[in-house]
Design a protein around this ligand. Structure first.
Ligand SMILES: *[C@@H]1O[C@H](CO)[C@@H](O)[C@H](O)[C@H]1NC(C)=O
Ligand SMILES: *[C@@H]1O[C@H](CO)[C@@H](O)[C@H](O)[C@H]1NC(C)=O
Ligand SMILES: *[C@@H]1O[C@H](CO)[C@@H](O)[C@H](O)[C@H]1NC(C)=O
Ligand SMILES: *[C@@H]1O[C@H](CO)[C@@H](O)[C@H](O)[C@H]1NC(C)=O
Ligand SMILES: *[C@@H]1O[C@H](CO)[C@@H](O)[C@H](O)[C@H]1NC(C)=O
Length: 394
């Protein structure tokens, strides 16, 4: 007597559609894991189908090496999309292909991207063509970044590795609620402009439990960043974690709410740093920053506020002081070793002195001959609590 009525069938079908999620394996779309056949079309089609799916879709990139050209994962999507990256995506070397980046995520609400796979930018050739160090202003054209997240919200990026990007490894822009967890970013210490993650015009971003070693900043923070937390990050080699450089462009907006906690810096050029240009016109604020529970090992400049930022070192003496106001910055429990004698170097703006600077339990030792020193210029009434060594700011 048991028979399936059309209505049952319809209900079952409807239930199935509403609850199951679509799983796409890029091999089924023609991707070839041999590292040489172009798999861009297969991956792009996988994304387009996942993004158009009515219920949560997931894309699996299985073990193997996939040659991928510039690719755009663009939303808005109908539902959140998950990408399980197990294999390695390999970038093409020809710079003429990029306009301008490699893997871009845009206009997506709801993205899970998890490893243990890698994206390999194949940057070595591009680094030799990068003239940014020689010519800071005009000829420094941007090279492709490995991954760009622009206008992305509610995303979780975890356990992936980004290696040898041609330029910055990751850019987060115009985004909200993104967690980077247990990621690895690596490039040689002498590779130019290979910053780990640059975050700007974004809020509620977390970078945690990650290892970042590159030729430039491990994490850099641009304007209009609100509520950024960086914790459990091991940085090195590289130039440290930097806020800025800020104060050069007219339309920049404030940086508010940044916590850097439980991080270590090993063999880096800087530890924690805020840098602003002189001569700017923009009355920008950088405020409510906490740097705490930080270990420095052989760091050249462990604690830096540089409001006379001049990387070319050829700035004239008569520039107007920086128009950026730095307020409420806590340095709390920062210990370790400095390879330069000036372990704490706070150079604030003569026209906008730093306010609300607090130093609480700092213990930094100079690796060379002599005692470590601190410089404090234009810091209004710094608050020094507990042991602070070096103590020249007290
Ligand atoms: C779809 O994904 C979102 C966000 O990841 C999650 O909250 C939701 O439970 C998922 N829905 C289904 C039906 O799996
Ligand atoms: C992100 O995903 C990882 C697992 O891959 C998980 O442990 C973590 O809790 C997630 N974070 C958020 C904020 O969803
Ligand atoms: C960010 O997350 C918070 C809390 O989960 C939520 O209220 C808010 O809408 C999210 N923002 C966006 C742009 O999705
Ligand atoms: C800051 O960001 C965290 C993590 O995204 C979030 O949980 C918290 O609510 C945010 N705080 C504010 C004041 O927006
Ligand atoms: C500090 O960061 C490390 C990873 O670098 C992590 O294993 C540890 O649990 C973190 N500790 C705290 C107290 O958050």
């Amino acid at each position: 007597m048991a028979s399936i009525l059309p209505l049952d069938c319809f209900i079952f079908f409807f239930f199935f559609l509403a609850t199951s999620s679509i799983a796409i394996n890029i091999r089924d779309y023609g991707a070839v894991p041999d590292g040489s056949k172009d798999s861009t079309k297969a991956l792009q089609k996988a994304w387009n189908n996942a993004c158009a799916a009515e219920s949560n879709a997931s894309i699996e990139i299985p073990l193997g090496r996939y040659l991928i050209g510039p690719i755009m994962f663009r939303g808005p999507c109908k539902s959140p999309v998950t990408i399980h990256l197990i294999g390695t995506l390999i970038a093409k070397k020809n710079l003429a292909l990029y306009k301008p980046n490699w893997i871009e995520f845009q206009y997506i609400n709801g993205l899970i991207l998890f490893g243990p796979g890698k994206v390999d930018g194949q940057g070595a050739d591009a680094w030799t063509k990068n003239k940014c160090r020689q010519n800071h202003k005009s000829l420094c054209r941007p090279f492709p970044m490995n991954m760009v997240f622009s206008f992305v919200s509610n995303a979780n990026i975890s356990r992936i590795s980004s290696i040898n990007s041609k330029y910055f490894h990751m850019l987060v822009f115009g985004s909200n609620n993104i967690t980077f967890d247990s990621i690895t970013i690596s490039a040689p210490g002498d590779s130019p402009n290979t910053d780990g993650i640059h975050i700007a015009v974004s809020e509620n971003i977390i970078v945690q439990n990650s290892v970042i070693g590159t030729g430039d900043d491990c994490v850099s923070v641009g304007d209009k960043t609100h509520n950024l937390t960086i914790s459990g990050v091991r940085c090195g080699p590289g130039h440290g974690i930097s806020v800025g450089s800020l104060g050069r462009n007219r339309n920049e907006e404030d940086v508010v709410g940044l916590t850097i906690r439980n991080c270590s810096f090993i063999d880096t050029q800087n530890g924690v740093r805020i840098k602003t240009w002189q001569n700017g016109l923009n009355k920008l604020h950088v405020r409510d920053l906490v740097f705490e529970d930080i270990m420095m090992e052989d760091v050249e400049n462990p604690i830096v506020i540089d409001q006379k930022y001049c990387p070319s070192r050829t700035c004239p003496d008569n520039l107007r002081p920086s128009s950026v106001k730095i307020r409420n910055v806590k340095f709390n429990n920062i210990v370790g070793t400095s390879t330069s004698q000036t372990a704490i170097n706070l150079v604030c703006s003569a026209s906008n002195p730093c306010e609300g600077v607090e130093l609480n339990h700092i213990d930094l030792e100079f690796n060379g001959v002599g005692e470590a020193k601190a410089t404090c210029i234009n810091v209004k009434a710094p608050k020094v609590i507990g042991l602070v060594k070096p103590d020249n700011c007290a």
